[in-house]
Ligand binder design. Structure first.
Ligand SMILES: Cc1ncc(C[n+]2csc(CCOP(=O)(O)OP(=O)(O)O)c2C)c(N)n1
Length: 337
């Protein structure tokens, strides 16, 4: 029944799903890269080197990495503002992402977008959007454009559970369903929209059930299990690509940091955060990698060291890069007449 069947991938199921050693280590490296990159961004923000908003993805890394592993490079990706993880897992160089955070000319969006607006159209990354739910209609538009152009591409649209209470979520998914567009909505349920617990503001607490409003498939998965994410996104993307229409995934996860920098986090207890950290997606995948003999402790440590070097190089690059030329100010900006 559409919108009513949670998909759960147990550890036993996961073991039965084929993963190559190369994939296993690639995912470990990418999740570690996102984590370390953001820890360093957090530090730089504290030193006043990064301005504006900075929404950290720490704790949610398995969603971006698992989803990108399932998607094809030409599939379109459009996201909300908590967006560093998506571009890094698609293979964008960390130094270009860090330079964007620093507002430098060599940044991914030429230093004009900052943390919330990471875009690289050549890599089919259509950007982070700051307006909650505002990019979901754009995702439907991308999928409609792909239909017109006869391109067998899927649009993956990422957002938080809070966005499922916006009008644009309903307007966009309704038309996407009517037109059977190849749209995969990936909802990262981290339980809070800024300082508000989802259950306090949502008439329907199970996001996957909201798919029933559009008569489309909706599944709930463990978003801290990179393999479960890869498997689920692959499955629903295949359905969308072959005429199955839009699909909705609710990935259960948790953000370990505040909503944005400077969040005093009075809406949740320290104990709750610590308990959630016991389900850390990276530590968990690390255990799976070791248990399946994909790598030894030493090999994983080496990957960690390489990630450390890569992130330090990104910081150095961002610090030493020039600011955008003032003459660039009015370029790439849409100014209504
Ligand atoms: C239309 C709109 N309303 C309010 C805000 C302020 N705001 C920014 S983030 C946010 C919470 C959204 O939560 P969720 O969609 O669950 O994503 P998360 O931040 O948890 O990843 C709110 C209310 C906004 N940016 N846009």
């Amino acid at each position: 029944m559409p919108g009513t069947s949670p998909l759960r991938v147990s550890a036993e199921d996961a073991a039965a799903i084929h993963v190559t050693g190369e994939e296993a280590l690639d995912w470990f490296r990418k999740m570690s890269l996102i984590r370390r990159f953001e820890e360093r961004a957090e530090e730089a923000y504290g030193q006043g080197k990064i301005g504006g908003f900075l929404h950290l993805y720490i704790g949610e890394e398995a969603v971006a990495v698992g989803a990108m592993a399932a998607l094809r490079p030409e599939d379109d990706v459009i996201t909300h503002y908590r967006d560093h993880g998506y571009v890094l897992s698609r293979g964008i160089e960390p130094k270009r992402v860090m330079a964007e955070l620093y507002g430098k000319a060599a940044g991914l969006s030429k230093g004009k977008g900052g943390s919330m607006h990471m875009a690289d159209v050549r890599s089919h990354l259509w950007g982070g959007y700051a307006i909650v739910g505002g990019h979901i209609p754009v995702a439907a538009g991308l999928a409609l454009a792909n239909r017109y152009r006869n391109l067998p591409r899927v649009v993956a649209c990422f957002f938080g559970e809070g966005a499922t209470n916006t009008g644009s979520f309903y307007a966009a998914l309704n038309l996407a369903a009517v037109w059977k567009l190849a749209l995969v909505a990936i909802v990262e349920n981290n339980r809070y929209g800024m300082g508000t617990a989802f259950e306090r503001v949502s008439a329907v607490g199970d996001v996957y059930r909201k798919a029933a409003a559009f008569d489309i498939p909706g599944v709930r998965i463990d978003g801290n299990d990179v393999l479960a994410v890869r498997d689920a996104v692959r499955r629903v993307a295949d359905q969308a690509r072959t005429g199955g229409g839009p699909q909705l995934i609710e990935a259960m996860t948790y953000r370990f940091r505040g909503h944005s920098m400077g969040d005093p986090q009075r809406y949740r207890t320290r104990e709750e955060v610590e308990e959630a950290k016991s389900r850390d997606p990276i530590a968990r995948w690390r255990r799976t990698v070791l248990a399946n003999g994909f790598a030894t402790e030493d090999e994983l440590r080496k990957i960690g060291d390489e990630v450390e070097v890569e992130v330090e190089e990104a910081v150095r690059f961002a610090e030493n890069s020039p600011a955008p030329d003032p003459g660039e100010l009015r370029n790439d900006v849409l100014v209504p007449e």
